[in-house]
Structure formats: structure tokens, C-alpha cells
Design a protein around this ligand. Structure first.
Ligand code: SF4
Length: 581
């Protein structure tokens, strides 16, 4: 695509948007903020919209957006199109001070490389010069394991944007040159400079140490930057509305951050601690002012009902005329009032995550609800008039047997019965849609040392699940393939050496099998190896606050089938015991 075509496309996109920021560049720190996927996908990402807003909230910063071109144009653009330009002012990205990436998903890693190339930059930091923009990679994935992306980044920003932007701006203002800038950032919480470390390996390929290079001032580990409280902070919310995105003109708002349940596989639960609720009044003010652009509110939170004033928030949103889509709901907090409010707003489907079918395996993963509670909640859901139920399950968990797979089928059948009981006579029967994913052990969780279950065994379980779930009316199951999860696991559990495979997959159009073979990356080593004897893991360079000792004791409790109850539940249990005594 030629420069004038890119500019024309950008202007057309802007003409359909409400809420973008346009500032003069003079005297400001210029940030080109990339979402490593298309505009259609990126504009529905609340993290991306939030970083854009936070950058532009600083008077001394101008931040403009950039996205991956549509798939049909990507190849021709890469092989000789004009350099990538930003949307707002259609300025070439390589004229900016910072090229920042907000990365939420492992599958977008190859797109990071494409965007660097589209901008006319060398993908690897070591091949770029000090005249190039500072390439900074942040977003959810950097909380978890930034190492596979580390060779592409000058700086990895690990933590929450609200806590990272002020020190970034101060470092730019005070730095005398690029080296000085990197040293200043390395001294701040949340900024990881990959080139400041020598990564040492043992002869067997495992990591031995991250050694800070002399004179850099780099700390032995980088502490994640997080907000202590959300009281004085605006809730992340949609600020740019466009019809041309996945979720349409939906007003997205984060209601509460984190989840105290601490399921042993869940990186989001462990990484967004402590649980912090955003102020109700501010959520409602933002919703009020967004109402003229949107009639649909998406409440983005992993444990929505943990907000102490959730019923009041939902009531006011309904009164404003919003239809409401919650993210997946945690069953232990559901109340008839919450369900009725959601139903009144027009929602017809509820999403819940039993994860497994048996109480025994739920104790292993520390999902602290029981089948009895799930069935009671389903009764309440269908009683409130919901038509459809969406279920999330996992397979490939430690200690799992065939009985656990059968238990998923039995649970689904019982939920189906409950649905029929409520809907018979209403003239319309809803659907139960299940999603089954093989466990990908995640860094920064109690399962971080676990190997992924091998292809043969997980393949057998997938086939078994398919046959168990076949032929139940109104029940549809989507069961993810083991190969898809395998490469996701490689990106999630890998170290810097995996970057070569990312580059190769970017070049060959996403053929991971060929990319791994061509680069000699030993994918099995990362995915199928038991890491429990490793003294250093790739993601140890970022200190998320929770100690190995805690994760190890959680893992031991998993094998003993013991729960670690979240504080709220502990209180309920204690109350119950007093009543019973
Ligand atoms: S309840 Fe959900 S969000 Fe909370 S820790 Fe468990 S899986 Fe994660």
C-alpha cells in the first residue's frame, strides 16, 4: 500500500470514530502505540484503549495508534509498501520517540515482528541503533513471561500502565542519551532492560542465572509495578468508540481488578492481586457520559461480583438503558438480584466456568465450589429466565482420570436436565455451549513447573471427550486441539531462544512446525519437561510478588486434594461452623 493510500485509509477510519486524541507533536514525547493485530481486534481491547488514554492524559506526551494491516494486504505491505504510519496524524512510526506494544496474547507475538518490519525497523534490539525509536513491549503477557519477546524489546514494561507511565516520562525528560535513559529506567520498578543481562545456561540447556551486566545498575530481578489501591484511579473504560470493531460500539469498563479465589492454574488470579474494586461513582459517571455513543455495556473483570457494590452498579446501568454483558461469572457470588438485573438488561446467556466435572478434581485445582453449588446456581440462572449457558472446562490436569472426563459429561447432562425443566412449556429450548481446553501450565502459577500432558495422551482424552459429548440435544462442545495448545505452551513457557522460532513463523506465515524445525528450537524441551528441579525459570526475571515457596506449597496441596480457601470463603466457613457448634 502506498503512503497516500495509507493516509486515506487512516482518515476514513478516524471519520467513523468518536473520542480519539489529536495533539500537536512539538515539544512532546511522541509515542506510537501498537496493538499487534488488526484494528478490528485491537479496538475491542480494553488494555490497549486504557494505555492510549493514560499516555495522552499526560500533557507532555502525544500518543497515536497503529495496527497490523488486514491479512490480505500484509504480505505486499511487508515486501515493499510505504513505511507504517499512525492513525491520528499519519506520521511514519520510525519518526516517533517510542514504539510501544500492548501485547495480550501469545498468538500475536509474530505480529510484533511484522509491525517492527513494517515500520522499517530491524526486529532484534541488538540490530537497531540509538536513532531508532525506543521499542517498549508491555501488556498482560509481560506479567507472565516476557522472555520469548525479550530480544525484540529495548524495554519490557512489566506491570500496570498507571504505575509505569510517570517514571517513563521522567526518565525521558532527564536522560542525556539512550544509554542514560536505559540505565534510568532500569533503576525504576517495572522496567526490564533485556540487553542489561547475560543469560547463563547449564550444559543440559536449563537456565542457570540472569546476570546483570556491570555498570548498568540493573537489579537481579525486576519488581512488577502495580497500583496499591484503585481508589484514586479512573476505571479503565472505552474512550474511543467505533462501529468497526469486534465488539461494536460497546462501552467496556473494568469494575474490579483481580480475583481472590487463587485457582492453581490461573495466571490472572495470581497476577492481579490484591483484589481492588474501582469506585462505583466513577464507573457510573463514565457510563453516563458514554451512553450517547453506546447502549451496550461490557463489564470486564475476572470476578465481577467481588465488587462490594455490584448490585447498585447493575441497577443504575439498567436504569440508564444499557444492555449488559458480564465476563464469565464466578458462581459463588451470584445472587438472584444480580441475575434478575442482567436478565432485565436483555442478556440471554450466562457464562460460568466449572472447569472440571468432579469435586475431587476441583479441590486439586483449588476451584473452591462444589457440584452441588453449581447445580443450585444453574437452577437460579434458568429460574431467572436465561436461555443459554456457556461452560468452560479444562482437561490434562494433574491426577485426572477417565472418571473425571465422564464427570464432565454427567455434569453437562444434569445442567441440560435443569435447563429443560425450566424451559419446557415456554416454547423455546436454549443451548448449552461448552468449551474444553487442554491445560497449558502458566508461568507465575502453582502449575509453573508442570509439563504439559503429552500429545498422545491428550489426543486420546480429546477423542474420548468428543465421543462422550456426542448426541446430547441442544448441547454443543468445542474441544481445542492438542497441537494448537502445544505451540501456545511453547510461547508461554519459552525463554529467549524461542525468539528465533517466532521470527521464522513470522516469515513463513505462521507455520510453527516448520519454524521450529528450521531454527532447531527444541519445543518439547520447553513444553513437556518437568521443571520442578530447575533452579531458575525464564520468567523469574520478573518478580510478581508471590514467592516460589508459596507456589510449591500450593502444588503439594493440589496433590493432596486440599483447598486453600479464599478469605471471603474462610469467613463464611467460620460463620457456618459457629452456627453448627
Ligand atoms: S475463579 Fe476464575 S478468575 Fe478467579 S482464580 Fe479461579 S479461574 Fe482465575
Amino acid at each position: 500500500m502506498k503512503s497516500w493510500q495509507q493516509r486515506e485509509r487512516a482518515r476514513e477510519i478516524l471519520s467513523k470514530e468518536v473520542g480519539y486524541v489529536s495533539k500537536p507533536h512539538g515539544g512532546r514525547l511522541r509515542v506510537a502505540l501498537a496493538f499487534p493485530n488488526t484494528y478490528f481486534v485491537g479496538m475491542s481491547n480494553l488494555g490497549f484503549q486504557t494505555v492510549y488514554k493514560l499516555f495522552n492524559a499526560e500533557d507532555d506526551i502525544v500518543c497515536e495508534r497503529v495496527f497490523l494491516p488486514p491479512k490480505t494486504e500484509l504480505a505486499s505491505q511487508l515486501s515493499g509498501g510505504a513505511p507504517l504510519v499512525t492513525l491520528e496524524s499519519q506520521t511514519p512510526v520510525n519518526e516517533f520517540d517510542i514504539f510501544a506494544f500492548s501485547v495480550s496474547f501469545e498468538w500475536d507475538y509474530t505480529n510484533v515482528v511484522s509491525l517492527l518490519r513494517l515500520a522499517g525497523l530491524k526486529p532484534r534490539a541488538a540490530d537497531r541503533t540509538h536513532r531508532d525509536p525506543l521499542v517498549m513491549i508491555g501488556g498482560a503477557v509481560t506479567f507472565v513471561n516476557p522472555e520469548p519477546l525479550a530480544p525484540f524489546a529495548d524495554v519490557v514494561a512489566a506491570g500496570e500502565g498507571e504505575a509505569l507511565i510517570p517514571p517513563l516520562l521522567a526518565a525521558f525528560k532527564n536522560a542525556s542519551d539512550r544509554d542514560d535513559l536505559l540505565r534510568r529506567l532500569a533503576a525504576e520498578r517495572g522496567f526490564y532492560i533485556p540487553s542489561f543481562y547475560d543469560v547463563m545456561h547449564r550444559p543440559d540447556g536449563t537456565l542457570e542465572a540472569f546476570v546483570p551486566k556491570p555498570g548498568t545498575g540493573a537489579p537481579p530481578t525486576v519488581k512488577k509495578a502495580a497500583l496499591k489501591t484503585t481508589e484514586a484511579v479512573d476505571p479503565p473504560a472505552t474512550t474511543i468508540f467505533t462501529p468497526d470493531t469486534e465488539l461494536g460500539s460497546r462501552f467496556l469498563v473494568e469494575v474490579v481488578r483481580g480475583c481472590a479465589n487463587l485457582c492453581r492454574f490461573c495466571w490472572a488470579g495470581y497476577n492481579y492481586l490484591p483484589v481492588r474494586a474501582f469506585p462505583k461513582d466513577r464507573i457510573l459517571q463514565l457510563a453516563e457520559s458514554a451512553r450517547r455513543y453506546s447502549s451496550h455495556a461490557g463489564l470486564v473483570s475476572i470476578a465481577l461480583c467481588d465488587h462490594p457494590e455490584i448490585e447498585e452498579i447493575l441497577t443504575r446501568l439498567v436504569e440508564m438503558g444499557y444492555s449488559i454483558s458480564p465476563a464469565s461469572l464466578r458462581l459463588d457470588d451470584l445472587t438472584p438480584t444480580i441475575l434478575n438485573l442482567l436478565r432485565r438488561s436483555g442478556e440471554r446467556t450466562i457464562t460460568i466456568a466449572p472447569e472440571v466435572g468432579s469435586d475431587r478434581l476441583r479441590r486439586v485445582i483449588n476451584k473452591t465450589i462444589t457440584n452441588e453449588e453449581i447445580f443450585a446456581a444453574a437452577d437460579m440462572i434458568f429460574e431467572s429466565g436465561f436461555e443459554n449457558l456457556k461452560l468452560y472446562f479444562m482437561i490434562g490436569l494433574p491426577t485426572e482420570t477417565d472418571d473425571d472426563l465422564v464427570a464432565i459429561r454427567d455434569m453437562t447432562k444434569q445442567l441440560h436436565e435443569t435447563m429443560l425443566r425450566h424451559q419446557r412449556g415456554r416454547g423455546h429450548i436454549g443451548r448449552i455451549v461448552g468449551s474444553v481446553n487442554p491445560l497449558v501450565p502458566k508461568p507465575g502459577t502453582a502449575y509453573q513447573w508442570l509439563p504439559m500432558e503429552d500429545d498422545g495422551s491428550i489426543g486420546r482424552k480429546i477423542r474420548r471427550m468428543k465421543s462422550l459429548m456426542a448426541g446430547i440435544d441442544n448441547v454443543y462442545f468445542n474441544i481445542k486441539s492438542e497441537r494448537h495448545s502445544f505451540y501456545q505452551a511453547l510461547l508461554s513457557l519459552g525463554d529467549r531462544r524461542v525468539a528465533a522460532a517466532i521470527e521464522a513463523a513470522e516469515r513463513n506465515g505462521g507455520n510453527w512446525r516448520a519454524a521450529v524445525a528450521e531454527t532447531g528450537v527444541d519445543a518439547d524441551f520447553y513444553v513437556f519437561r518437568d521443571r520442578s528441579a530447575d533452579s531458575v525459570l525464564p520468567w523469574d526475571i520478573i518478580d510478581g510478588g508471590l514467592k516460589d515457596q508459596f507456589f510449591r506449597s500450593e502444588f503439594d496441596k493440589a496433590l493432596r486434594e486440599e483447598w486453600t480457601l479464599p478469605p471471603k470463603r474462610q469467613k463464611d466457613n467460620a460463620r457456618l461452623l459457629t452456627v453448627l457448634q
